[in-house]
Design a protein around this ligand. Structure first.
Ligand SMILES: [Zn+2]
Length: 408
């Protein structure tokens, strides 16, 4: 079997006992992930795919069956000899809770081990984090109680803000107006489940390379476009966080030092021109501060971004112009990402992708005008109907249990 270089380092430092535990964990993840990606498989298939001995595979499979991760299904076909029992992920038994927190709305979902969402509910996001954590705890406990047949493997949460990876605390979210919020501790105490929390763009990037159309890709950038703009960067197979977890804030790269004031305190940031809020302001003729104050006071902007999409679809010229302007700036920022990072793919995530026929060509044109590095980066919209942000929360939990292909 192959170890990642970091794993070898850990093995050398940890001593024999820890080494054997780590090797066992890696072997187990390797078997589990092979079943996930290739099911149904026999034990012999698994031995061939993982490079492990048949006896080791059998021991691991027995353990996975005992714990409810894997089930035996139909008999496979062989030209001669005993027909092997095929192995599947036990999607009926194990489940994950995913929580996607956005400034206006939060979605809570139950997914199975294949990442398929079996139930979901959306609730308004409350401005006070403390009381909102109580609400999330209550919903999570209710999901657990209503599905006694499910063994819950954990909770994944995505937030539009910066997360300290070590403490798993939300350090700052301009869009939520939350500072230094511990979601993990209270939720773990309340539900008894392990909680993983991640920046929304990072979670989307993980979901893309974990089980999305770009599975296994090692260089990808996910750009989440909503009230603001976030970027999740996977480079050389690693999620790029930076020492403080603040990497990827391309939404706050200055495009114009004389531009409108941004939520971050700067001026003329990319998200001031290319986010949903930018299109709303453009359409409503609002200044950024006015729009923000309106939301703080509870009035909210007169028009939502979804309204602008519908209006543009019905031929409203003002809404169309607002989308076109947003698309030009999305293209400008995308060109910056291509010039700086040259990933294989940039995936755009958000409601704006529903208007891809309109905005896609504008983005591509701007990129052709502004990116001259011959990076050959593809620009693709995530399928908004498949809820990429929510899938990201599920991937956070799943990737902890399966093969650690991303050493995050
Ligand atoms: Zn900013």
């Amino acid at each position: 079997m192959r170890f990642h270089p970091c794993s070898r380092l850990k093995l050398r430092k940890a001593g024999n006992v820890a080494s054997s535990e780590l090797a066992r964990d890696i072997n187990r993840s390797s078997v589990l992930d092979s079943i996930r990606t290739g099911q149904p498989l026999s034990r012999a298939d698994l031995a061939r795919q993982t490079g492990l001995q048949r006896s080791t595979v059998s021991l691991i499979v027995d353990e996975l069956i005992d714990e409810g991760w894997v089930v035996e299904g139909a008999f496979g076909q062989l030209p001669r000899g005993r027909r092997p029992r095929l192995l599947y992920l036990n999607t009926d038994r194990a489940g994950i809770i995913g929580i996607n927190i956005m400034p206006r709305q939060t979605t809570i979902a139950l997914a199975d081990l294949n990442g398929h969402i079996r139930a979901q509910e959306s609730i308004p996001t409350q401005p006070n984090p403390k009381s909102f954590i109580d609400v999330l705890s209550s919903y999570s406990r209710s999901l657990i109680q209503h599905h006694p047949e499910v063994t819950f493997e954990g909770i994944g949460i995505s937030v539009p803000g910066r997360v300290d990876y070590r403490s798993q605390r939300l350090e700052f979210s301009a869009n939520l107006g939350w500072h230094r919020v511990d979601l993990k501790g209270p939720l773990e105490r309340s539900t008894g489940l392990s909680v993983q929390i991640e920046n929304a763009a990072n979670a989307c990037a993980l979901a893309e390379v974990w089980s999305g159309p770009h599975e296994g890709m090692s260089d990808l950038v996910a750009v989440t476009v909503s009230d603001g703009i976030g970027t999740g960067i996977i480079a050389n197979g690693h999620l790029v966080r930076g020492p403080s977890g603040a990497a990827g804030e391309f939404g706050h790269v200055c495009m114009n030092p004389e531009g409108p004031v941004c939520r971050c305190g700067g001026r003329g940031c990319w998200e001031v021109y290319a986010s949903n809020d930018a299109a709303i302001r453009n359409y409503c003729g609002q200044k950024p501060n006015r729009s923000r104050n309106a939301r703080k006071s509870g009035d909210g902007p007169a028009t939502s971004f979804t309204d602008i999409l519908s209006l543009a679809e019905r031929g409203d010229r003002g809404a169309g112009r607002a989308l076109d302007e947003m698309a030009r700036y999305l293209g400008l920022g995308t060109a910056m990402l291509i010039n700086g990072l040259a990933p294989a793919v940039i995936v755009l995530v958000g409601e704006v992708t529903r208007a891809w026929k309109r905005v896609g060509p504008i983005i591509e044109k701007k990129v052709r005008e502004c990116a001259h590095t011959h990076a050959a980066t593809r620009i693709e919209p995530a399928d908004d109907s498949k809820q990429p942000r929510l899938r990201g929360t599920i991937a956070l939990v799943l990737q902890k249990h399966f093969r650690p292909r991303l050493f995050v």
